[in-house]
Design a binder for this molecule. Sequence first.
Ligand code: SAM
Length: 194
Amino acid sequence: MSERRHWEQVYADMGTPWDLGGPCPALDEVTEAARLQGFRDGCTVAVPGCGLGHDAAWLAARGFQATGLDLVPEALDRARAVYGEPPAWRVGDWLAGAHGPFEAILDHTFFVALHPDQRPEVVAAHARNLLPGGFWLGIFYHRVRQPGIRPWAVQPEELRALAEPFFEVLDLQSARTSHPRRLGRECWMVARRR
Ligand SMILES: C[S@@+](CC[C@H](N)C(=O)[O-])C[C@H]1O[C@@H](n2cnc3c(N)ncnc32)[C@H](O)[C@@H]1O
């Protein structure tokens, strides 16, 4: 089964159990930390695996040139219906081909949604779609309720080791603000494309 078909089926069969109904609460933390490192107001930001688009809309409302990208057209139709444009909404496979380059990407529950075997591919796709010096802002689970199924936890040191060949890791911390469902289980990272 193709990845797209797989995710279309996830939407059809399971709905969107990951969805927070609004932007990720840790966005203020991670964007503030990134600003200290030179993340520029108004820059181009891709949100791969944007789902129902809350984070891309949050960025667009703050003046960033945001693009929400997802494999599943239904997700983007729903995002567009709620938030309009901007942000730009694009159907595509982040892991295939070129989508950027962007000045930054925001990965929230995308990296941890894909199987751990795919992690090097995800990191390579992030690097490929960023300009040199571009920022990867990421929010991850370091602990999950049910190991062995999606979402997959990643340990900070594991993340650092995966990112380092392409990125300089500038900041990596436990999230202070999380949705109540995720409290104490998230971390975030700011990394710069080498
Ligand atoms: C767990 S959901 C997270 C959605 C959103 N980031 C959020 O936190 O609400 C993962 C999303 O990634 C999308 N996705 C999976 N593989 C993808 C790929 N290769 N390219 C683009 N999107 C992908 C899925 O369709 C799904 O919407």
